[in-house]
Design a protein around this ligand. Structure first.
Ligand SMILES: [Zn+2]
Length: 285
């Protein structure tokens, strides 16, 4: 008797998914799992406090990619409710290693990085690897399905993310949930920014107009910030609507390390990339 396709055991080599062990995260049979992330981008403390309080009140789990030393972020500790990873700015001066090192001193449990302005390339991933960072989510594949964990050339794990608040505004896309790719199969990683979440801007220009006034942005006085908040329907209100929609759907919120760490551990056990190819440094697991 001939075997039908469904009788055959799935061979990982035939799958579109690199780590078939992780398919429960990949929304193959509908929307089930989401990873909410925030790129801190020098948000003042009062903004971070308001963002974190909103997430706590609504029981939404998130990963923060930190740009600087923040008492509010540090008070969150590093748990399965809030993960603290790093958001190094490689766009200006200084050795990438030093930038990563400074952030890791502030956030010693950080396992991942999303590089500011999506900068990527070997100069940065070699430095991240050297400092023991094990995953990188710096690439954006706008609105694309089938994002997943894949191994990088250096043994780190990477995945693209498919939506970001600032890009949505910058592209001038209508603030309607139908334009957020939450019903496509694949790893669903959404990227937000606390300043945009709080300022609730209606356009990218409005955001830039405010942020360009303060260097660094952490120095923006709370009074001036509060006066600039849009009280109509802007990206902050839309972001809250999106997160509450996902919550109402019963979607599971998780921190990124919950999928990235197992991917890294599977990769370490694979004979395809011998351990010696990983160098002598210690990974942060
Ligand atoms: Zn950034």
């Amino acid at each position: 008797m001939n075997k039908t396709d469904s009788d055959k055991k799935m061979d990982p080599e035939d799958s579109i998914w690199f780590y078939t062990e992780l398919i429960d995260f990949y929304n193959i049979n509908g929307l089930k799992s989401v990873f909410v992330t925030f790129d801190v981008d020098w948000a003042p403390e009062y903004t971070l406090r308001r963002t974190v309080n909103w997430l706590k009140e609504n029981e939404i789990i998130a990963t923060f990619f930190a740009t600087h030393s923040s008492p509010i972020l540090k008070s969150l500790k590093d748990t399965n409710i809030f993960e603290l990873s790093i958001h190094p700015d490689f766009s200006k001066g200084a050795d990438p290693i030093l930038k990563i090192q400074d952030l890791l001193l502030e956030y010693p449990n950080a396992l991942g990085s999303r590089n500011h302005r999506n900068l990527s390339g070997r100069n940065y991933s070699d430095a991240l690897r050297q400092k023991g960072v094990l995953y990188d989510v710096s690439k954006i594949l706008w609105s694309q399905p089938y994002c997943q964990c894949v191994p990088m050339y250096n043994g780190m794990i990477e995945s693209a993310y498919s939506w970001e608040d600032g890009t949505h505004l910058e592209l001038g896309i209508e603030l309607d949930l139908k334009h957020v790719p939450v019903h496509k199969p694949g790893l669903l990683i959404l990227a937000f920014h606390p300043v945009l979440f709080d300022l609730n801007c209606r356009s990218y220009e409005e955001l830039k107009l405010f942020t360009s006034r303060y260097k660094p942005l952490t120095s923006a006085p709370e009074k001036e910030f509060n006066l600039a908040i849009n009280h109509g329907f802007g990206m902050g209100a839309f972001s809250r609507q999106l997160l509450l929609y996902l919550k109402a759907k019963g979607v599971k919120f998780q921190v990124l390390k919950e999928v990235m760490k197992p991917a890294f551990e599977i990769e370490c056990r694979r004979p395809r990339f011998p351990l010696k190819a990983r160098g002598d440094h210690e990974y942060r697991v």
